[in-house]
Write a protein that binds this ligand. Structure first.
Ligand SMILES: *[C@@H]1O[C@H](CO)[C@@H](O)[C@H](O)[C@H]1NC(C)=O
Length: 216
């Protein structure tokens, strides 16, 4: 093989594998989710296309404010494949996030999606952290109309830095982005991660870990 061919083969393999890490391109117009079908596959089985209606592509209610009366002062209203069956196989979804004054959407990651967010109301401090070893913290204060992107898999957060409510709409590049909230995953694991493991990982006393584990 010539060098050029070898290079092309490597490129093809590389991009072939990258493509597999994301949701596959649809091979039909749509595959409306049929949650009643118990077939185990990557996604949800398709409803008979002849029985699909406009309702399968519709979600109503994203104008409604989420209830932010909770410990962190924010609420995510998801429009994922579970709420909108027409999203199945489409590689996209949406959320509304409401924030009470000074409310926080705590540090979390989406294992399967990049997120693009726009502020409809309020002022938000947002940020994400790059992977090891740099762990660079990239942050910004956003005003109404600003659009910010959180790259797939990176830990990110948003905080309302105003005395009024804040609202955003965000799109995510998966029908089912998943969320791992760092505090809950680390200190609220069920069954718990042994506290001496966390004490060593965080370089603190066991008693502080016990305190954190009791909270989550
Ligand atoms: C909001 O959530 C709180 C805490 O769960 C609950 O007490 C309250 O009734 C809820 N408010 C509304 C309007 O649903």
């Amino acid at each position: 093989m010539s060098n050029k061919l070898i290079l092309l083969s490597i490129l093809a393999l590389t991009f072939g594998c990258l493509a597999l890490a994301y949701e596959p391109a649809p091979l039909q117009d749509f595959c409306v989710a049929d949650p009643s079908n118990s077939a185990k596959l990557n996604g949800v089985a398709c409803k008979n296309p002849m029985q699909v209606t406009a309702e399968d592509f519709l979600f109503s209610g994203l104008h409604l404010r989420g209830n932010t009366s909770n410990a962190v002062g924010s609420r995510v209203t998801p429009v994922f494949v579970a709420q909108l069956p027409g999203l199945n196989t489409m590689g996209i979804s949406m959320v509304r996030i409401d924030y009470a004054p000074w409310g926080l959407n705590p540090p979390h990651t989406h294992p399967r999606a990049t997120e693009i967010l726009t502020v409809l109301e309020g002022t938000l401090q947002v940020g994400f952290v790059t992977s090891n070893p740099d762990n660079r913290h990239i942050s910004k204060v956003l005003q109404k109309g600003d659009v910010f992107v959180f790259p797939v898999g990176l830990v990110h957060y948003q905080r309302n830095v105003g005395n009024g409510n804040a609202v955003v709409i965000a799109a995510l590049s998966s029908q089912n982005p998943g969320a791992i909230t760092i505090a809950n995953a680390v200190f609220g694991a069920n069954p718990p991660i042994p506290s001496d493991i966390l004490a060593r990982a965080f370089q603190v006393d066991n008693s502080l870990v016990d305190q954190l584990q009791a909270k989550f």
